[in-house]
Design a protein around this ligand. Structure first.
Ligand code: DOR
Ligand code: ZN
Length: 460
């Protein structure tokens, strides 16, 4: 064997079959060897991983990079710095930027920006709202399409015209067109007509508080989500396309996904860290706009954990959605004037590893929902999402015993705050490598903008 560029020695290494004590050898950014400790040839550099666990880099299929258009919140550099610090080696952007990515030309522009500015690998999920553009976008190398079923009332951000589609006829046309590409269609489910009625009940009482907003989204156990998901399921059945449901948080929605999977249909869903770790009523009261999006009651959170355990939930997308403090503070008075969403990408691996230490789920499950499954569903496996010879050396070295307190001071998102400020975690990424290059090391981002590559779908 040629001389290795790098060996990661003495760690417990995650592989799809088991956790094994092994040394990993890397050549040219790829995993070249996986062998018993101290059996690999010499290397230019060795990282001692004894006492640590090596897992595949995280694949986040739902990051709001905010560029172009909203770079006062985040850009492709700050988002991917936070990603590197959070163990994410492939971060896939969302189309609610300005101009929204509804055309091939706009998609290409975002990818060019990424090539100049991203520290980790990336791609971008364009909007699937313009049927004529869909085949060209697929050709240009996107991994999936995104449609929001939301038409915001009283604000035009974060759901600006062009990305939202609620009319069932138009939505169906997009479903048919995306289905023909073979790529997944990710949809933010939302029943706007129903929402119009429900939210007005709070407004009539002059209640525009964060609590009222949270309740409107969860009225009747989240009816605005479930009716939308039911429609999407029916469209999926009719078109046969791959449907990926976003923001799963209701027991009713989980049931529909469970049934579709039993029928062998290509339906998948994501859960967001905010649903598991942030959306309690206590936090709605205490953090107000800083915890919304949405409220997820305890019984629904438990249903999500069960869905993760039994495989109904396929993956975690961060929905990393930074907004400035000024933008959030408006929400204390009128949450309908303030955008939902919070920074997530730097913190979520730490939050999940803490749950592993508490015995809530296995490390293997964390790897599957954050890396292996997203890589498979979005067509980049086995280049990404696994540790095996021939795969990209996208790796996270994790110290399961290390404790930290999440803090606004160390957060890397441009907005400078995290909803998890003050939270104690146990289980921390200490190195992140993208294609064999260290981009994060012991608390410091060391990668450079422009290193990140756009990752297209693997053929076949
Ligand atoms: O809360 C949200 N924030 N929901 C979305 O659909 C978009 C996101 C954002 O971009 O801020
Ligand atoms: Zn989102």
């Amino acid at each position: 064997m040629e001389r290795l560029d790098l060996v990661i020695s003495g760690g417990e290494v995650w592989t799809p079959g088991a956790l094994v004590l092994a040394d990993l050898g890397i050549i040219g950014g790829k995993i070249a060897a996986l062998g018993a400790p101290k059996t690999l040839p010499d290397a230019a550099r060795i990282i001692d991983a004894s006492g640590k666990v090596v897992i595949p880099g995280l694949v986040d299929t739902h990051t709001h990079h905010r560029e172009p258009g909203f770079t006062h919140k985040e850009d492709l550099t700050t988002a991917t710095q936070a990603a590197a610090a959070g163990g994410v080696t492939l971060s896939i952007g969302m189309p609610n930027v300005d101009p929204p990515t509804t055309t091939v030309e706009r998609y290409r522009n975002v990818i060019e920006l990424g090539r100049k500015k991203a520290l980790v690998d990336f791609n971008h999920n364009p909007s699937g709202t313009v049927p004529e553009q869909i085949p060209g976008l697929a050709e240009a190398g996107c991994l999936a399409f995104k449609i929001f079923m939301v038409r915001d009332t009283g604000r035009d951000y974060p759901h600006m015209p062009g990305i939202g589609l609620h009319n069932h006829g138009e939505l169906f046309r997009c479903f048919e067109t995306v289905a023909k590409t073979g790529l997944p269609l990710m949809v933010h489910p939302h029943d706007q007509d129903l929402m119009d009625v429900l939210e007005q009940r709070y407004w009539q009482k002059n209640d525009r508080s964060p609590q009222a907003y949270a309740k409107a989204y969860r009225d009747f156990d989240g009816i605005i989500w479930d009716t939308a998901i039911a429609t999407l399921m029916r469209f999926q059945k009719a078109t046969g396309g791959k449907l990926h449901i976003l923001h799963m948080s209701t027991p009713g929605g989980l049931e529909m996904v469970r049934r579709a999977k039993e029928e062998g249909r290509p339906v998948s869903c994501e859960v967001n860290p905010w649903a598991l770790f942030l959306g309690s009523w206590e936090n709605v009261q205490k953090l107000g706009p800083y915890c919304l999006g949405f409220w997820v009651p305890e019984a629904h959170v438990e249903a999500l954990w069960n869905g993760i355990e039994d495989g109904t939930v396929d993956l975690v997308g961060t929905d990393h959605a930074p907004h400035t403090k000024e933008e959030k503070d408006i929400g204390w008075k009128d949450m309908w004037q303030s955008p939902g969403g919070e920074p997530q990408i730097q913190d979520y691996l730490r939050l999940f590893l803490t749950e592993v230490n508490r015995g809530k789920l296995s490390l293997d499950k964390v790897v599957r929902i954050t890396s292996y499954n997203p890589a498979r569903i979005f067509g980049v496996y086995p280049r990404k999402g696994t540790i095996q010879v021939g795969s990209d050396a996208d790796l996270v070295i994790v110290d399961m015993k290390k404790e930290e307190t999440i803090s606004n001071e160390t957060t890397l998102t441009r907005v400078g705050w995290t909803p998890y400020h003050g939270r104690k975690v146990k289980g921390v990424p200490v190195y992140t490598l993208v294609r064999g290059k260290i981009v994060y090391e012991n608390g410091k981002v060391v990668g450079s903008p422009g290193y990140g590559e756009c990752v297209p779908p693997l053929k076949g």
